[in-house]
Write a protein that binds this ligand. Structure first.
Ligand code: PHB
Length: 385
């Protein structure tokens, strides 16, 4: 009798095991900046990600989502240790991060070496979907090249013949300026000086004095977060606003307008998101986000939301198993992602192919005034999947 009971229990257990496994929670490691100049960006990404998951009843691919968080401090020197903690100590199934390109490149290296699924919800480092591309690495945001390239075309069309660039000296600044220069010089423009400050410094005074002396037709810039707030205010305070037109990748004025106030009014920027898209998809997202967080979403919130959507598409195709890399990738490769920005697809190197909007600051909005570049694809130079 005891023997029979034991046998039955073992058989029942064996049957129950696969079901129990299917029910296991999916661990998402959020590696984002929660302190420093990009802190607000990290929070917006997390909010967006959670909103999508909550809309699905807390489950993706049939698995309940559990979060583990690490503050990466936008510090590339700590990045390898931080992602290794998530993968080796916390055993996460997927890493979602980050904002800073230097940190993201260190993450991509570990993701590639360990085969861990990585979805980048902001950092534009061209290499992540270029030379470092991998079957298990995806981006829901942009490459640094994309908004810069679109703005190079816009500024040339607006008749500017020469320009000065100013940015932080790290991958995002260099590559944003690189994209800008490629398009601007192709259209006959000339860059007369590239100015930089180390990340995350915000001492702009000496460089603004230099811009005033150089008197270019226009200025192109990449700054974001707290640094962007300070730069736009300092540019106006130095008396340059209205004299030398300032343009930028749209991070310059996204999530920052409340703090920038008058100094930002009228600025033109290029980005893959804008206010006033007025599509049912974007309107619903904005309403839901505002209800959940008592805040308006920005580009970072939208990218976090889409990172969760991309994860959901891959998990739906693999019945919740992100280790099935080929099936996961095939599903995303053919997906039309229903983003608040507008529908987008992924390039062969897993970067969004997307419209880049031209936006103008009006009040507290980055109003869409046109499409600077339609279905712009990053060249993905050097990617071999
Ligand atoms: C980046 O480091 O790639 C980066 C950071 C902040 C942004 C955009 C890009 O807003």
């Amino acid at each position: 009798m005891t023997l029979i009971r034991t046998t039955i229990t073992a058989a029942m257990l064996a049957l129950a095991l696969p079901a129990a496994h299917a029910q296991a929670k999916l661990k998402v490691g959020l590696m984002l900046p929660y302190s420093g100049t990009y802190a607000a960006l990290g929070t917006a990404i997390e909010n967006g990600f959670r909103l999508y998951v909550d809309e699905q009843g807390g489950k993706l691919g049939g698995r309940e989502i559990e979060y583990v968080k690490v503050d990466d401090e936008s510090d590339p020197a700590k990045a390898t240790d931080n992602i290794n903690k998530l993968i080796k100590r916390d055993n996460v199934d997927v890493v979602v991060g980050t904002v800073h390109s230097g940190v993201a490149m260190a993450m991509a290296k570990v993701a590639k070496d360990t085969g861990t699924l990585l979805i980048v919800p902001n950092a534009g480092a061209d290499a992540v979907t270029g030379p470092m591309c991998a079957i298990n690495i995806y981006r829901s945001s942009f490459s640094n090249w994309q908004p810069g390239y679109a703005m190079g075309q816009v500024m040339a069309k607006r008749g500017h013949k020469n320009a000065v660039t100013i940015t932080w000296k790290y991958a995002a600044g260099d590559e944003s300026v690189g994209g800008f220069k490629e398009a601007f010089t192709k259209a006959g423009g000339k860059v007369i000086k590239d100015l930089t400050v180390p990340f995350p410094n915000v001492e702009f005074q000496a460089l603004l004095t230099e811009i005033a002396a150089l008197k270019p037709d226009a200025v192109y810039t990449f700054f974001a977060g707290g640094g962007a707030v300070k730069f736009v205010k300092d540019y106006a305070a130095a008396g340059l606003k209205g004299k030398i037109p300032l343009y930028g990748a749209g991070f310059l004025t996204d999530g920052t307008l409340q703090a920038q106030g008058e100094a930002a009014q009228g600025l033109l920027t290029t980005l893959h998101y804008a206010d006033g898209l007025n599509t049912p998809r974007d309107n619903a997202f904005r309403l839901d986000y505002a209800k959940a967080y008592k805040l308006q979403p920005d580009v970072y919130a939208m990218q976090g939301y889409d990172a969760a959507q991309m994860l959901a598409i891959g998990l739906a195709a693999t019945k919740g198993d992100p280790s099935k890399k080929a099936e996961f990738a095939a599903a995303l490769q053919k997906a039309k992602i229903d983003s608040p920005r507008g529908t987008f697809t992924l390039s062969a190197s897993h970067n969004p192919i997307q419209d880049i909007y031209l936006r103008e600051v009006s009040g507290l909005e980055n109003k869409k005034i046109g499409i600077a570049s339609k279905a712009l694809a990053d060249p993905g130079r050097g990617c071999k999947l």
